[in-house]
Design a protein around this ligand. Structure first.
Ligand SMILES: C[S@@+](CC[C@H](N)C(=O)[O-])C[C@H]1O[C@@H](n2cnc3c(N)ncnc32)[C@H](O)[C@@H]1O
Length: 226
């Protein structure tokens, strides 16, 4: 989050609102309100960095493609990561459960080659199953509670074609710590489940602190379906 947005943002009210939906077992019902509150201004979405992930861009530079491949971006928000994948030659679907997020993307990038669409990770179109060469996930699992985190991870892994990669970017924590925090960062055991439960191969794994003040611990991992 940038500092200006940080100052204006009422984090306690946000946490309370998210918890109230989680307690009603409606863990995805609040996302659209975040984008609606931006009133058509994509720069006002508090969690949007407004630039693609540096780790994603580095991976794309290190792994150039010769022919077009298919990528999908989970919970694509305001679209920066989708556009980066598109610029590196991928045929990209960016989807989000929030119709307002998708509208923001379409207005922000009227000439984009990315196919921005409203879809739910938990009920995605059948033809997406095992259909993508690259899946990009940034910060979606961490905003979900309990069993939905496992269902989300499984759904993400199920999008991978043979030999495909999934890139996972998220906040991190030590196991047993910060249990009540929103968003709830992933611990190592949780992210390792891409390997231990979904049978993917770990290609790289990075634990790092970001550049916020104070720094926030993160993971950036790449897994492959073998
Ligand atoms: C914390 S935001 C991160 C957005 C973006 N990936 C980024 O890094 O800026 C999580 C996103 O996931 C979307 N989302 C949550 N649950 C979803 C689901 N079941 N299917 C599709 N998108 C979902 C939300 O609407 C939101 O845009």
């Amino acid at each position: 989050m940038n500092e200006k947005k940080n100052e204006e943002f009422d984090f306690n009210a946000y946490t309370k609102m998210v918890k109230s939906y989680q307690e009603k077992d409606e863990p995805t019902a609040w996302f659209d309100s975040i984008y609606k509150n931006a009133n058509g201004d994509y720069t006002a979405v508090f969690w949007a960095d407004l630039e693609p992930s540096g780790h994603l861009v580095q991976w794309l530079k290190n792994n150039p493609i010769k022919t077009s491949k298919k990528a999908i971006v989970i919970g694509c928000g305001v679209g920066d990561d989708c556009e980066a994948l598109s610029q590196f030659g991928y045929e990209v679907i960016g989807f989000d459960i929030s119709p307002t997020a998708i509208e923001l993307c379409q207005n922000r990038y009227p000439n984009s080659k990315v196919n921005y669409m409203v879809a739910d990770l938990f009920d995605y179109p059948k033809e997406w199953f095992e259909n993508f060469d690259v899946v990009y996930e940034c910060n979606t699992i961490q905003v979900l509670p309990g069993k939905y985190r496992i269902l989300a991870r499984q759904a993400m892994s199920s999008l991978l074609a043979s030999k495909a990669h999934i890139l996972v970017s998220c906040r991190s924590r030590n196991k047993g710590e910060q249990e009540e925090v929103i968003p709830l960062p992933l611990d190592k055991e949780e992210i390792d489940a891409f390997v231990t439960s979904d049978n993917l191969k770990e290609i790289s794994f990075l634990a790092y602190d970001d550049e916020q003040t104070p720094p926030v611990p993160h993971f950036f991992a790449v897994y492959q379906k073998v």
